[in-house]
Design a protein around this ligand. Structure first.
Ligand code: ATP
Length: 138
């Protein structure tokens, strides 16, 4: 059994009900859930690994530009399974290769891709702690 961090990004929030229905249909349990708006400083810190990327300043503006919903999801193989369910980073690629994925259905352009998912157990732990600092990991 494994935990991962899911974010419904600002552009996905108006589809939150549909996205949460998909989450439950895929066998995840929503262990924790918060709605909040990141400050630009918090968004910069969350995406620090992308500091060098040309899209970093836009990414920070986008992710701090409106409310988001963060969730800790639990399931067997949660990290990989959630990445499968959300689909490729770019919604245009998702629509070509995985039309049932969340990013295919609700994403816009390369940046506005509706949702986030942790990409490894190390990042899942860091990201869960970022939003839910009291979480205990064995
Ligand atoms: P996330 O970390 O949000 O789950 P990801 O791991 O699939 O996404 P990353 O490569 O880590 O993708 O990029 C982080 C985020 O930066 C993307 O989800 C997207 O919002 C934005 N992004 C990625 N590539 C581009 C790009 N070429 N142009 C604009 N924005 C981009």
């Amino acid at each position: 059994i494994e935990r991962t961090l899911a974010i419904i990004k600002p552009d996905g929030v108006d589809k939150a009900n549909e996205i949460e229905e998909t989450i439950l249909n895929e066998g995840f349990t929503i262990l924790q859930k918060r709605s909040l708006q990141l400050t630009p400083e918090q968004a910069s810190e969350f995406y620090a690994e992308h500091f060098e990327k040309p899209f970093y300043p836009r990414l920070v503006t986008y992710m701090s530009g409106g409310p988001i919903i963060v969730m800790v999801l639990v399931r067997e193989n949660a990290i990989l399974h959630w990445r499968e369910v959300i689909g490729p980073t770019k919604p245009s690629v998702a629509r070509e290769t995985k039309p049932d994925s969340i990013r295919a259905k609700y994403g816009g352009d390369d940046e506005h891709n509706a949702v986030h998912g942790s990409d490894s157990s190390t990042s899942a732990e860091r990201e869960i702690r970022f939003f839910f600092p009291d979480t205990v990991f064995e």
